[in-house]
Design a protein around this ligand. Structure first.
Ligand code: HEC
Ligand code: HEC
Length: 333
């Protein structure tokens, strides 16, 4: 009896597993996201084309820094997915920060800003790098005076806000521009809408792994590939460990937690992670493949991570999904 029973049970399990695999193969069981909705501009900072254009001018203008040499775009370069290719950010006079410049792609969709989420809005965030001694090192009152002394800016602030430049208005204009940095027409989006030719076979296999065995979607979920939450994924900091979210909440359990970033345009924004630790996506997927263990001293690693048992081909497939699926091909000039 026992033997028959366990055999039945075994066959049952195999049948269930085959069914699940079949569904996976058909793409039905995958927790695929809905299309990404329009970005929301807040009611207290409605966007107009003139405000967005003013914000864009400010974003690219090095005169926002004390030395007239560093603009937002120095660290958030459109050609590099609004990141800058450096491991750690370098501001005025070559001063180096402790974190990597994140991509600003789809930044208007996040619930909080910065790797540790310490800023709530883009309006508030924009004024931080301007005044940060290691970034643009410009006093806000000095910047306001400087901009009001430039005829073109005086006229544009007047047209957009009906008055002179002020700190909050600088933040509002830049934020309105940042909300236009949107990625939602990737090959993956076209594939979701039914264009099965949009992804090559390796990227399709990678997609299935992303939403299956590799379990990436557990945190990189929904249409913007983020749960808007904070996790410690075992990224080792050389030197002094970065407290991450703990510095904001004061809770020991938040040690080393960082915001789950979007993965849209990820093929352009190397190096990766809050400290730019990984040069390539193959290294990133390798890190997850081993369950995210890099540092014995890191005892707050997220429970959602586990060894993935991906072979080399599967690692390459996940990378193909990230680079070909989630990154918009460059338009040829
Ligand atoms: C010297 C390099 C540098 C400059 C200049 C700079 N940033 Fe950043 N930016 C960074 C770094 C580094 C971070 C991450 C800091 C952190 O998380 O503590 C960041 C984070 C951000 C974020 C948060 C993104 C996210 O995913 O949470 C936004 C938005 C942003 N910057 C916009 C701007 C704007 C607007 C300007 C110009 C006013 C600017 N940055 C200038 C390096 C820079
Ligand atoms: C437990 C939640 C979680 C899971 C599961 C997870 N990630 Fe992440 N991911 C994060 C967090 C949090 C960060 C930022 C961590 C940091 O900088 O220290 C991140 C960062 C990344 C980055 C770097 C992004 C950037 O802009 O630098 C990539 C690429 C990435 N993840 C891909 C993946 C892939 C592929 C998988 C599946 C194999 C995966 N992630 C699984 C939470 C997760």
């Amino acid at each position: 009896m026992d033997v028959v029973d366990s055999r039945c049970c075994c066959l049952g399990l195999i049948a269930v597993a085959l069914l699940a695999l079949g569904r996976l193969a058909a793409g039905e069981a995958l927790p695929l996201p809905k299309p990404l909705a329009d970005v929301q501009h807040p009611a207290d900072n409605p966007a107009t084309p003139e405000k967005i254009a003013l914000g864009k001018a400010l974003f690219f203008d090095p005169r926002l820094s004390r030395t007239d040499k560093v603009s937002c775009a120095s660290c958030h370069d459109p050609a590099k997915g609004f990141s800058n290719g450096e491991r750690l950010a370098t501001g005025v006079d070559g001063r180096q920060g402790t974190r990597s410049a994140p991509s600003l792609v789809n930044v208007g969709y996040y619930r909080s800003q910065f790797w540790d989420g310490r800023a709530g809005t883009l309006e508030e965030q924009a004024l931080v790098p301007i005044q940060d001694a290691k970034e643009m090192d410009m006093r806000l009152d000095a910047l306001v005076r400087k901009l009001n002394g430039i005829a073109d800016y005086r006229q544009r602030f007047q047209a957009v806000f009906g008055g002179e430049a002020t700190g909050p208005r600088i933040g509002q204009a830049i934020a309105a521009f940042e909300r236009t940095i949107v990625s939602r027409e990737t090959p993956f989006d076209r594939y979701l809408k039914g264009d099965k030719q949009a992804l090559a076979p390796a990227a399709v296999r990678g997609l299935k792994l992303f939403y299956g065995q590799a379990r990436c979607f557990v945190c990189h979920q929904g249409p913007n590939f983020t749960d808007d939450d904070f996790h410690n994924i075992g990224i080792f900091d050389e030197g002094k460990p970065d407290l991450g979210r703990r510095a904001v909440t004061g809770k020991a359990a938040d040690q080393g937690k960082f915001k789950t970033p979007t993965l849209r345009e990820i093929g352009r924004t190397a190096p990766y992670m809050h400290n730019g630790r990984f040069k390539t996506l193959t290294e990133v997927v390798g890190h997850y493949n081993f369950g995210g263990v890099t540092d014995a001293a890191n005892d707050h690693r997220d429970e959602k991570l586990s060894v993935l048992y991906l072979n080399e081909d599967q690692v390459n497939d996940v990378v193909a999904f990230l680079t070909e699926g989630l990154t918009t091909p460059q338009r040829r000039p």
